[in-house]
Design a binder for this molecule. Structure first.
Ligand code: COA
Length: 333
């Protein structure tokens, strides 16, 4: 049975570190509130002029290196998950593919907010398993600092910028690095829990300019918290049952880094020891579509080849998704 194999992992964080103390100077908040309510100690924000495509290109280049490839590699598909594309039109992926000299590779963006990387992995794995491409580059990249409302302390303290990328190759089911399955779902009836209300066709069709506040990312934190726990735990359990993996056999739970309390609650609901939950939100904040590859790269010292890894994410849409794989012998760059 053909399967998609994880062949390389690359990450890029913009250099500018933003501490909780720096935000406390700008908002009515404190290091203590941010640390205890979210687990975040610092995040990175892009420099002036640094776009999502710039971060994605760097992470993509590093993932290619990690897979033993380089610029101009024979890659048939680039899928870029992002909430913050370089332009409303066109997609950012073709530009990233061109900057990586990937010839005429198919390239498109996926809009599934914080679940985007899992969604992108799923479509790339499907393309490989169907025999349409041999190698795919999957990227999650975000510059949330460009859409955060400067008057909203609830969202401004949570989100960070960054990018992570994975190379997927064709291999065989059961091989180290192989994906064992995916579970994806949505609940569009609750789209307004996480959104940017203005600036799209819904608002433009009224022929009125959006109010300034409507152009920014907005979130109903408490409701999102409860949904995130329920959906990530439910999706993870459904996937494990579908592929026949017991909860005990999962060595590492790599959840979307939304809030350390969400990650602990998901582990608890699943019956996974919280020691097996990978956590790096303290260093990077919530980086949305970049969150899972950044957490994976940070955890590679703890994850051994052959370990069973469960990925799970939740985000705007509402969307959620989980993926399971056995860890390959790779070194992230
Ligand atoms: N600093 C200080 N106080 C803050 C604050 C901040 N940055 N943000 C909110 N508060 C205040 C609120 O105003 C509220 O005050 P009140 O009780 O006087 O009304 C109080 O803290 C509690 O607010 P609440 O929203 O109930 O806090 P919470 O415990 O739910 O934590 C989040 C807020 C946003 C951290 C939490 O809901 C969360 O993490 N949600 C999920 C967010 C997420 O990651 N979403 C991304 C997609 S998965």
């Amino acid at each position: 049975m053909p399967a998609a194999i994880l062949g390389g992992l690359g990450t890029y964080l913009p250099p500018r570190r933003v501490s909780n103390e720096e935000l406390a100077d700008r908002f009515d908040t404190s290091d203590e509130w941010i640390r205890t309510r979210t687990g975040i100690r610092q995040r990175r924000w892009a420099d002036t002029g640094q776009s999502t495509g710039d971060l994605a290109t760097e992470a993509g280049h590093r993932a290619l290196k990690s897979a033993g490839l380089g610029l101009g590699a024979d890659v048939g598909l680039v899928v870029l998950a992002t909430t913050t594309p370089d332009h409303p039109c066109p997609a950012t992926a073709p530009d990233v593919a061109a900057r990586l000299a990937l010839g005429q590779a198919a390239a498109y963006d996926i809009s599934a907010v914080c679940s985007g990387f899992v969604y992108a992995l799923e479509v790339a794995a499907n393309a490989i398993e169907a025999g349409r491409v041999d190698t795919a580059l999957v990227i999650g990249a975000e510059t949330y600092s460009t859409i955060l409302n400067p008057h909203d302390r609830t969202t401004s303290v949570i989100f960070g910028d960054g990018a992570g990328a994975a190379v997927l190759r064709r291999g065989d089911a059961g091989q180290l690095g192989s994906f064992a399955g995916f579970d994806l779902g949505t609940d569009g009836a609750n789209k307004d829990l996480i959104w940017i209300p203005g600036g799209g066709s819904r608002q433009r069709s009224t022929h009125q300019e959006p109010e300034a506040e409507e152009r920014y990312f907005a979130m109903q934190g408490k409701k999102v918290f409860a949904s995130a726990v329920r959906r990530m735990a439910g999706s993870s359990a459904a996937l494990l049952e579908h592929i026949g993996w017991s909860v005990e056999s999962v060595n590492h739970l790599v959840g979307h880094q939304a809030n350390v309390r969400i990650l602990r609650a998901v582990a608890e609901q699943l019956g996974i020891d919280s020691q097996r939950a990978v956590i790096n939100i303290d260093r990077v904040g919530n980086t949305s579509a970049a969150s899972i590859p950044l957490a994976l790269a940070d955890a590679t010292g703890q994850i051994a080849p052959g370990d069973r890894v469960l990925l799970t994410a939740f985000g705007g849409g509402l969307t959620w998704g989980s993926a399971a794989l056995t860890w390959p012998d790779i070194s992230p760059v």
